[in-house]
Design a protein around this ligand. Structure first.
Ligand code: F6P
Length: 359
C-alpha cells in the first residue's frame, strides 16, 4: 500500500501533528507514505513529492505550520498557469494530477484542508481518486465536526492578546477594538472574548447596532468602568450593512475581509467621545505551537484518516463527534458552513455576564 498526504489552504497549528500521526500509523501497517508538497503542486510537477519516513516526521508534532507547505491558490480544477505575456490563466489540470498519482503508484490520498480543500477532494473523488480528508481550520467553521484542530490554539492566542489589552486600556481609559479571524463565523471572537473577559463581542451571526455598542460602553462608564475591550470578528457587520473588505486596488488582486476594527474605532470615538485604538491580530492566530488539545485532536485525526483508508471510506472526512472520531461523507460537511449557534449555553452565559453583542 502506498498513500500520499497533502496539506492545502491556509495553515493551522496541528497540521504537522496530523502528518506525523498518519505517517507513523501507516508505517505501523507496513505501508509506504509520500508527501505532496505545496497543496497539489507536487503532483503537477511544480513542486516535489517526497518519501515520508519516520525520520521526516521525527520531532514535528509540536511545531506550527506544515512541513509539506501549503497554498490557497492551487485548485487543480482551476490551476493558475502564467502565460508568456505575464497574464495568468486558470486551467483544469485534474486529469494530469490523476495520471501523475497513478504513475507514482499512489493507492490513496489523505487531503488535510478546510472547506476549499474538501470541495476539491470531493471532485477528485468523483473522478476516481481514492481520497479521504482531514478537516482543518482555525475558524472552526466546518460542519459535521465538533471542532477542528488549530481553533483552540487560535483562541488561546487571541485570549492572551485580550489579557494584555485589558491593562493598557484600563491605564488610559481607552476603548480598544481587536479584530480576530474567522471569515464568516464568529467562533474565535466568541470563545476568546468570553475567555478573555471582553466587554463587547461582535460576530457575523449577530449583525450589530452601533448605537447599542456605544450604549454598552457608556453604561459601563456610568458604573465607573472607564475602559473597554471590544473583540470584533473580521466578518462582523452592522445591521443592514455589509462586512468590511480591504485590498483589491491592484490589478488582479482580490479583496479580502478586514478593516472592521479600524472602522469601529473611528465610529465609537465619534459617538462616545472616548479615545479609541484598534488592532488586527491577524496571522499571529495561525502561527505558533499547537495547544495540547489541538495536538491530541490532530493526532487522533491523523490516525483515524489512515483507518479510513484501510476501511476504503473514499470521499469521506474524519470528524470529532464526541467522544468519538467518526467518518462522514465530505458532501455532508460541505452542505453549509458551521456557524455559532445563538442558542448555545456559551451565548446565554456570556449575555448573563453582561457581555454586549451589539444587539
Ligand atoms: O480560513 C483561515 C483564515 O485564517 C481566515 O480566518 C482568514 O480570513 C483567512 O484565512 C486569511 O487568509 P490569508 O492567509 O490568505 O490572508
Amino acid at each position: 500500500m502506498r498513500i500520499a498526504i497533502t496539506t492545502g489552504g491556509g495553515d493551522a497549528p496541528g497540521l504537522n501533528a496530523v502528518i506525523r500521526a498518519a505517517v507513523l500509523t501507516a508505517i505501523d501497517r507496513g505501508w509506504h507514505v509520500l508527501g505532496v508538497k505545496k497543496g497539489y503542486a507536487g503532483l503537477l510537477g511544480d513542486d516535489e513529492v517526497i518519501p515520508l519516513t519516520r525520520d521526516e516526521v521525527r520531532g514535528i508534532g509540536h511545531l506550527g505550520g506544515t512541513i509539506l507547505r501549503t497554498t490557497n491558490r492551487g485548485n487543480p480544477f482551476s490551476y493558475p498557469v502564467r502565460q508568456p505575456d505575464g497574464s495568468v490563466l486558470e486551467v483544469d489540470r485534474s486529469d494530469e494530477l490523476l495520471e501523475n498519482a497513478r504513475n507514482l503508484g499512489i493507492n490513496a490520498l489523505i487531503s488535510i484542508g478546510g472547506d476549499g480543500s474538501l470541495a476539491i477532494a470531493q471532485k477528485l473523488a468523483q473522478k476516481g481518486l481514492r481520497v479521504v480528508c482531514v478537516p482543518k481550520t482555525i475558524d472552526n467553521d466546518v460542519s459535521g465536526t465538533l471542532s477542528t484542530f488549530g481553533f483552540d490554539t487560535a483562541v488561546n492566542t487571541a485570549m492572551e492578546a485580550i489579557d494584555k489589552l485589558h491593562t493598557t486600556a484600563e491605564s488610559h481609559d481607552r476603548v480598544i477594538i481587536m479584530e480576530v479571524m474567522g471569515r464568516h463565523a464568529g467562533f474565535i471572537a466568541l470563545h476568546s472574548g468570553v475567555a478573555g473577559a471582553a466587554h463587547v463581542i461582535l460576530i457575523p451571526e449577530i449583525p450589530y447596532d452601533l448605537a447599542r455598542v456605544c450604549e454598552a460602553i457608556v453604561t459601563r462608564e456610568k458604573r465607573g468602568r472607564f475602559f473597554d475591550v471590544v473583540v470584533a470578528a473580521e466578518g462582523a457587520f452592522p445591521k443592514g450593512g455589509i462586512e468590511s473588505v480591504m485590498g483589491g486596488s491592484l490589478p488582479g488582486q482580490a479583496t479580502r475581509i478586514g478593516g472592521i476594527a479600524e472602522r469601529l474605532s473611528g465610529q465609537i470615538q465619534e459617538k462616545t467621545g472616548k479615545e479609541c485604538r484598534s488592532l488586527v491580530l491577524g496571522h499571529l492566530q495561525r502561527g505558533g505551537m499547537p495547544t495540547g488539545y489541538d495536538r491530541l485532536l490532530a493526532t487522533r485525526f491523523g490516525g483515524a484518516a489512515v483507518q479510513a483508508v484501510e476501511d476504503a471510506k473514499w470521499g469521506h472526512m474524519v470528524a470529532l463527534q464526541s467522544p468519538n472520531i467518526v467518518t462522514i461523507p465530505i458532501e455532508d460537511a460541505l452542505r453549509a458552513p458551521k456557524k455559532v449557534d445563538l442558542g448555545h449555553d456559551l451565548m446565554r452565559t456570556a449575555r448573563r455576564l453582561g457581555i454586549s453583542f451589539g444587539d
